[in-house]
Each structure stands twice: as C-alpha cells, then as structure tokens.
Write a new protein. Structure first.
Length: 113
C-alpha cells in the first residue's frame, strides 16, 4: 500500500473557504474519476497562530494506481486553479510512503476489521 501525502497552507481568513472547496469540489472530483486502486482519501486540518495547514493522505494499493491518478511524473502535485487562489503556499510535490502496517481497531465504532 502507498500513502500519497501533500500539504497546503492558507491564511486563517481563507481557511474555511479552502476547506469548503476541498471537501465539496476537489475531493469529489477525484472520487468521480473512479481511479482503480485508490482506496481512501483522508483530509486533515491544523490551525495555529501562523495560519492553517491542510494535509491530504491518499491511500493506493500500488504505485501503478498512483500513476493512474497522477501520471508518470506522479510526485508533481495537482492543485486546481481555484485551490491555488486560496492557498498561501503548498507542496509542489507530494511524497509517497510505503505503508508498513495499519492497525484499525475493530472494537472502536469507526474501526474497520
């Protein structure tokens, strides 16, 4: 399994608008592509005094699945123009990590066996 991790930062003033765009347009557009091998998309938000950091973690079953999503130069970040307009800065490249272990907890209401 491969985790594709990307970060973008907004000002506090633009954070809610970016979050709305991310959750109502960007992620649904990715989902609508029905990329074979895309397993999950997690969206994280961290507010601090310097602004707001957003992190996306996409889980793919193989590197080939990442290529189906992002093309042969799959490290390059894909940031739509509307998102760029709200971001103060962002990673130009996503990082890709081998997922060595996942420990979902089946006794937790949100755990998956």
């Amino acid at each position: 399994m491969i985790a594709r991790i990307w970060h973008g930062w907004t000002s506090a003033a633009d954070a809610d608008a970016y979050q709305h765009l991310l959750l109502t347009e960007v992620v649904p557009d990715i989902e609508a592509r029905c990329v074979a091998g895309l397993m999950q998309i997690d969206v994280l938000r961290h507010d601090d005094a310097g602004g707001v950091e957003f992190t996306t973690i996409m889980l793919f079953d193989t590197v080939d699945a990442v290529r189906r999503f992002a093309g042969d130069n799959f490290a390059v970040a894909h940031v739509p123009p509307a998102a760029r307009a709200l971001l103060a800065r962002f990673d130009a490249r996503a990082t890709h990590h081998d997922v060595l272990d996942r420990r979902c907890q089946p006794d937790h209401p949100r755990g998956r066996p």
